[in-house]
Design a protein around this ligand. Structure first.
Ligand SMILES: [Zn+2]
Ligand SMILES: [Zn+2]
Length: 340
């Protein structure tokens, strides 16, 4: 089968690789669409991958075969894939199964090979059915929305004003979710105009170009001088954390959704004066993915406007160099099998 594999010199190369060999409790998936995630870019650039690794974890596909011990899975089922969790440990018991490390199985992150390939195999507990009325591209995008929904859940807020800093796919998905969950006013800060336009169509009440406008002055304008009840950091830039704290209202919450690896400086006294809650979010649950798939089936979410680049496996190395590594793409969607 064909796969785009990691190569330390070329980054990604398309090769013919052996088909996955199924164990007794494993399921074979024919990949339909795979989304390219920001974390895929980080993994490739980190240099920590071994040559030949197949990454890609935002996958929709159909079940084509399974081992003899697999129960309750039907050939032909349309599915998306999320990591397993044990259901018994401290993390699972406290409602955080995505932090479970007991018997954790994943695709595209170093355990099972991932979705930049025509086929992959999974543990049956990883399967989430894609409901009637949701197409295969939205099926892969459900995880992007689930990550954003998880950020909202981690903020602990159920309404009020909200600012999203950074209009990548997670930030834009957040805007859409805040809208359908009844938050408002909703603002997005993002320097790229096409992302601001998309945010407006997803339900943002105000958009700010932080390179040409003073975000804090606009914040005060949009909130009657109060600041935002919740601020989501989705730009991945370290200096935005202080901006987020400055833009928050008294008693507001800042949730860092993007993964920021660098050391940053913030002035903690602002936390005192405003009693701001500073928190972060990581990953998402099966339940959050199912919730987003349901909103897609009800027509409340259509993630396809996020797709700026639609391509096949053969072109991925080129798209990676020209569009992903340069930061030009919002969402790259691969068409690998026949779409539904
Ligand atoms: Zn992802
Ligand atoms: Zn567990």
């Amino acid at each position: 089968m064909k796969a785009a594999v990691y190569d330390s010199r070329e980054k990604l190369v398309v090769l013919d690789v052996p088909m996955p060999q199924l164990g007794a409790n494993e399921v074979l998936i024919k990949v339909v669409n795979t989304g390219f995630c920001g974390s895929d870019h980080s993994m490739i650039e980190s240099g920590s991958l071994k040559d030949g690794t197949i990454i890609g974890h935002e996958v929709s596909g159909t079940v084509t075969d399974m081992g003899g011990d697999v129960k309750d899975v039907e050939t032909g089922s349309r599915i998306m894939i999320r990591p397993t969790y044990c259901g018994r440990c401290r993390e699972c018991g406290s409602g955080k199964p995505y932090l479970c490390q007991v018997d954790r199985r994943t695709i595209g992150l170093g355990d099972f090979p991932g979705g930049f390939a025509e086929y992959l195999k999974v543990d049956p507990r990883m399967l989430i059915p894609i409901p009637e009325g949701v197409d295969s591209q939205n099926g892969t995008l459900a995880e992007t929305f689930a990550a954003s929904l998880h950020g909202i859940r981690c903020s602990g807020k159920e309404g009020g004003s909200a600012l999203v800093i950074g209009g990548g796919s997670i930030g834009l998905a957040l805007v859409r979710l805040l809208k359908i969950m009844g938050f408002g006013p909703i603002a997005l800060s993002e320097p790229v105009e096409e992302k601001r336009i998309l945010a407006t169509s997803f339900g943002a009440d105000a958009v700010v170009d932080p390179f040409n406008e003073n975000l804090i002055l606009r914040t005060m304008d949009e909130t009657g001088g109060a600041g935002f009840d919740t601020v989501f950091e989705c730009s991945g830039l370290g200096e935005s954390v202080q901006t987020a704290v400055n833009a928050a209202a008294n008693g507001g919450t800042v949730c860092v959704v993007s993964i920021i690896m660098q050391n940053i400086e913030i002035v903690p006294v602002v936390l005192n004066f405003k009693e701001v809650w500073l928190t972060g979010s990581y990953s998402n649950t099966h339940e959050e993915n199912i919730r987003c798939l349901r909103w897609m089936a009800e027509g409340k979410i259509d993630g396809r406007p996020l797709i700026t680049d639609y391509t096949g496996l053969d072109d991925l190395p080129h798209v990676y160099r020209e569009r992903i590594d340069t930061g030009r793409a919002i969402k790259v969607m691969l068409k690998i099998g026949e779409e539904f």
